[in-house]
Design a protein around this ligand. Structure first.
Ligand code: CTP
Length: 406
């Protein structure tokens, strides 16, 4: 369909980037990136009409997104045809702009395209011997200034290496080391750093990539307050493993409760840093105000709560609930990661699995039936009953009613 819509306008359409890479690796990838030789925005409009979807455009970058009703998303970029006028009688030369587009990409494994026009549908376009690198499982930049142009690509190299079990080529490793020595990261605040870091922290197992970041001495840019050249050492590695275990444990509870894993790791990494360092980190990497506030609140609440839990081994369930009530799941898992005492871990896990859901059997309606008039006392009574249930003082609605009427 895409090829046909393009053909109608005499455009060339290509699938590019990660989609092609994953297709050749026979891995699923639901993000389709298209490059159009022609007007990408006009194409997006035609495609959206054809597929019955919507589209959003970015005039300045000549890009657009087509959004389908089923949630499928197609990113469309324009590769402009570049014409070189020669003097007098010479013809205008049209440069293949897909080649230019691909040559500007991050790594060879991401620099292939597949033709989508009907006549050549499925033809692999590989100008830079990319397929051979994919077979050899190496990650290689296309040119020496790749990381100077965009230092966030260093994160990407590490992510691809660890996710797919590839190797960063020796030359590309040298370029990363050069970029680190030149302190390319420190220069500009760049939100791409954080978005790439978030992707790493959202991987199934981000620890090998973090280890690699630390090997390349990148922690000094990310978390300057950690000891200089901080390695993923024993204590630090240990709490990161704990964070990963807490996240997997939560996933296996099948609660269908969304959790932003990157936040759990970020809080864990910054567990020993004061709040203002966390805020400075968010500011430097241009995190949204909403996420910044969320992280700040979780950090403050958790660091306080863990202190309370640690002090008292014999807390009643109702006290555990009072202590953890205002903390979100990301904070709870962070606390599980950094808790060293067993009774603290146990309190948090029982809160996550059961205590937070516990409600009294008696409802407001029951209270009305018992002759109470709705008002502020209602909440007090219901809270009291909830605590009785939490602490095992009432196990049924009859016992609760007895407690109320007493
Ligand atoms: N790209 C790049 N430089 C970047 C980011 C992206 O050259 N800093 C190019 C790459 O060719 C990449 C494509 O843009 O394949 C799409 O980027 P993105 O969707 O971020 O990555 P994917 O390669 O699709 O990886 P993933 O599977 O993780 O989405």
């Amino acid at each position: 369909t895409i090829g046909e819509v393009a053909q109608k306008r005499d455009y060339n359409a290509y699938a590019v980037g990660g989609f092609v890479r994953d297709l050749l690796l026979k891995k699923p990838n639901f993000d389709l990136d298209i490059v159009i030789e022609g007007d990408g925005i006009l194409f997006a409009k035609a495609l959206a009409a054809h597929l019955g979807g919507r589209y959003r455009k970015h005039e300045r970058f000549k890009t657009a997104v087509v959004l389908m009703k089923n949630g499928f998303k197609i990113d469309i970029a324009t590769a402009r045809l570049e014409y070189y006028e020669y003097p007098a009688a010479m013809p205008t030369v049209e440069l293949s702009s897909i080649k230019l587009d691909l040559s500007r990409r991050d790594f060879t494994i991401n620099a292939m395209a597949i033709q989508l026009n009907p006549a050549r549908f499925g033809t692999l376009i590989d100008f830079f011997n990319c397929q051979s690198d994919l077979k050899k499982k190496v990650i290689k930049v296309l040119h020496n200034l790749s990381f100077v142009e965009d230092p966030s690509r260093i994160f990407r190299a590490i992510r691809f290496e660890k996710r797919m079990g590839f190797q960063i080529s020796p030359h590309t490793r040298r370029l990363i080391n050069n970029a680190v020595t030149m302190k390319l990261f420190g220069k500009a605040a760049d939100m791409r750093f954080l978005s790439e870091l978030k992707i790493i922290l959202s991987e199934e197992n981000p620890l090998p990539a973090l280890q690699r970041l630390s090997e390349f001495n990148l922690f000094q840019f990310l978390w300057p307050d950690l000891r200089p050249h901080y390695k993923v050492d024993r204590r630090y590695g240990h709490i990161l493993i704990q964070a990963q275990m807490a996240i997997s444990w939560h996933r296996l509870l099948y609660l269908d409760e969304p959790c932003q894993n990157w936040m759990v790791y970020l809080l864990t990494i910054m567990s020993r840093s004061p709040v203002d360092i966390l805020l400075r980190f968010c500011k430097r990497f241009e995190e949204t105000q909403k996420n910044t506030n969320y992280l700040r609140d979780q950090k403050i609440l958790c660091d306080r709560a863990i202190h309370t839990l640690r002090r008292d081994r014999r807390m009643k369930n109702s006290e555990i609930v009072a202590c953890l009530e205002s903390i979100q799941i990301e904070g709870l898992l962070y606390m599980m990661a950094i808790a060293r005492k067993n009774h603290v871990k146990k309190a948090i896990s029982s809160y996550v699995t059961t205590l937070r859901e516990l409600k009294p059997a008696v409802t407001g309606k029951d209270l009305i039936a018992l002759g109470y008039t709705p008002g502020p006392r209602f909440k007090k009574i219901l809270d009291y009953l909830k605590n009785c249930r939490l602490d095992g003082l009432a196990a049924s609605s009859e016992q609760e009613i007895l407690l109320v009427t007493k």
